[in-house]
Write a protein that binds this ligand. Structure first.
Ligand code: NAG
Ligand code: NAG
Ligand code: NAG
Length: 379
């Protein structure tokens, strides 16, 4: 047991108590294995368990975290949570404001529940000027891109907003969650990242492999296979701050270059800035743990289940029989785009019977927030 000549790490993933046979007090040993471009993994054997230990990334690389349990002393560390800062990029448009207010309401409600590793909260307001919500939501004002640079594609301001915030703000937490106004915390969200490996949500429409020709313009072959580019956007992502500090300026450059290239602009359209983040992180050798349970997207996901965030980007249209009429205005509907100029009214009607639980939960959560936020309809 002591002398692992060749360690089968795959077996370790599934076997938690490999050390049971030998009552060793404490043996530390280190070994490395080549796993693509992954770094060394250091293992700790303590008493009856073989466990993984630290995966540290000082070179911007990616780690693998093969084993399940941790020794007692590390468990204590783990129990002392690793909070992340919630960073919400936003504008001062009415449409952005009401979503931020609901978002922040649910952050406050879930923050201190068991399982949550949420730390502080900042709305990064990238319109350049304070707005009426400064007292309601912790906010830092940053500059928008110089006039004309975003070419009407407002989300190009996001990477620039992160660059400025990371430079200017004093952030207590070591990790950051990049969030968006149309996110509702439906369950307390733990820190899903693992050391140097951030966690992201795989979007079905982000397909680097199917866009190899375009990706290669920004991620040349010498960097590695196109599969290194994750099928994600910048949000939601939980990432270590020092990694985001490296990625954010590249993300900004890549998004501007992509916008400048007509073929890329046309092909990627409104998801261009998501691809830009995926490419920028790959350029820094950072890959993400892909967590399907990070979010749910009504009406496509029918139940909340074990997921953490409701992302209400899609319109929910149903007839009174509870049948989805996607793309066609429903007899009952909830669509954030119905409220471009101001907040939805309080107490929206609940969906008819037969509509999925995810949609009903979304509307109930919107209603709860709007009922409890003072001066809801005046902002
Ligand atoms: C971004 O682009 C500018 C201008 O081309 C360049 O000076 C800068 O070094 C680039 N930064 C990064 C991080 O790529
Ligand atoms: C909300 O609307 C329903 C009808 O859709 C009504 O029965 C209920 O009293 C309203 N609740 C509040 C708090 O206004
Ligand atoms: C619940 C959970 O996975 N928490 C993680 C938060 O971040 C730390 C640091 O990477 C991890 O070790 C925890 O496992």
């Amino acid at each position: 047991m002591l002398s692992f000549g060749l360690v089968d790490w795959k077996a370790m993933i599934t076997r938690k108590n490999m050390g049971r046979a030998s009552p060793i007090l404490m043996v530390l040993f280190t070994f490395g294995f080549a796993f693509g471009t992954y770094n060394l993994v250091t293992m700790v054997i303590r008493n009856r368990s073989v466990r993984n230990w630290v995966s540290d990334d000082s070179n911007g690389g990616v780690f693998f975290d093969p084993v399940v349990e941790m020794p007692e002393n590390v468990k204590k560390l783990k129990n002392s949570k690793t909070p992340y800062h919630v960073a919400l990029t936003a504008t001062d448009a009415p449409y952005s404001k009401w979503q931020c207010r609901i978002m922040y309401y649910w952050y406050k409600k879930k923050k201190d529940l068991p399982g949550s590793e949420m730390g502080g909260f900042t709305r990064i307001l990238h319109s350049g000027n304070p707005d009426e919500l400064m007292d309601e939501i912790p906010t830092m004002v940053v500059d928008p891109l110089p006039a004309g640079l975003d070419r009407g594609y407002i989300v190009l301001n996001r990477p620039w907003a992160f660059v400025q915030w990371l430079e200017k703000a004093k952030i207590d937490e070591e990790y950051i969650l990049m969030a968006e106004p149309d996110h509702i915390f439906v369950r307390p969200l733990p820190n899903l990242s693992h050391g140097g490996m951030p966690a992201g949500y795989p979007f079905f429409y982000i397909k680097p492999e199917q866009n190899e020709k375009i990706i290669r313009k920004f991620y040349p072959e010498e960097n590695g296979p196109v599969t290194n580019v994750d099928p994600i956007g910048n949000s939601p992502v939980i990432i270590r701050k020092d990694l985001l500090e490296k990625i954010a300026p590249t993300w900004m450059n890549v998004s501007l270059k992509m916008k400048d290239d007509p073929e890329t602009d046309k092909t990627f359209g409104w998801v261009l800035e998501m691809y830009a983040y995926a490419v920028a992180s790959a350029l820094h050798g950072v890959q993400h743990i892909l967590r399907n349970d990070f979010m749910l997207q009504p009406p496509w996901d029918l139940e909340v289940g074990e997921r953490f965030i409701i992302h209400y980007t899609y319109g929910c249209d149903y007839n009174l029989k509870g049948e989805l009429t996607y793309g066609k205005i429903g007899e009952w509907r909830f669509d954030k785009r119905s409220y471009l100029r101001g907040p939805p009214p309080r107490n929206l009607s609940l969906p008819p019977p037969g509509v999925p639980e995810s949609v009903a939960t979304l509307v109930k959560m919107v209603n709860e927030a709007t009922a409890n936020i003072p001066n809801w309809e005046t902002q």
